[in-house]
Design a protein around this ligand. Sequence first.
Ligand code: URA
Length: 243
Amino acid sequence: MALVRLDKFLANAGIGTRSQVRDYIKYRRVWVDGKPCIKADTKIDKDKNEVTFDKRIVSYDEFVYVILNKPKGVISATEDENETTVLDLLEDKYKKMKLFPVGRLDKDTVGLLILSNDGRFAHNTLSPKKHIEKSYYAHINGEITKEHIEKFKEGIVISGGYKCLPAKLSIEYSAENFSKVNITIKEGKYHQIKRMFEALGRKVVYLKRISFDDIVLDESLQEGEYRLANDEEMKIIEKFIEK
Ligand code: URA
């Protein structure tokens, strides 16, 4: 990202006018990376430098998009009395930003989950009419055949009688008792993939989300690790914000 002068950074973050923030800088109320910074023209990289005003972190971006590789055993919620939530995984500085998971992965599902505080992004990607593609990798407890691929194409009727939109299924490996498959769906019904395989008499024993639209899971993130969306991912995210 482009570097920005410290006084501009503070003014844009709503700390005060340019002349006010210059005073704050002069009186050592502004610190950069743990040290007082008294030069208003210091160049700040918002992704790398931590700026504080009166010891409180200054958040430059109104909206934040966190790319998480969700681990097993964590729920896609903002708070819960008994369970660890995806927000519990984040550093304190994100806790004040009112982030929420954009969509939901089951407690035992791992993989790509975006956390944000941008309601427009959530609305424009999650609304059932948007048909955003989400891809998963799964292990199944039995054989998966070409007939199953056809059933996915036609639209599987899941428990409760709902007929899913046509979905893509591809087989990486299949034997009598175990298969590895990839699935792409365009909607997000509760436990959808598990219910789709259940309707075929199979059970999902491992599920990992690989992509959300064109954002692909960063395999360098270990489960439980996260980072802010990079420039490439921001371009994809911006497509949904501008709509
Ligand atoms: N489908 C499921 O069954 N579970 C998930 O977590 C996501 C999609």
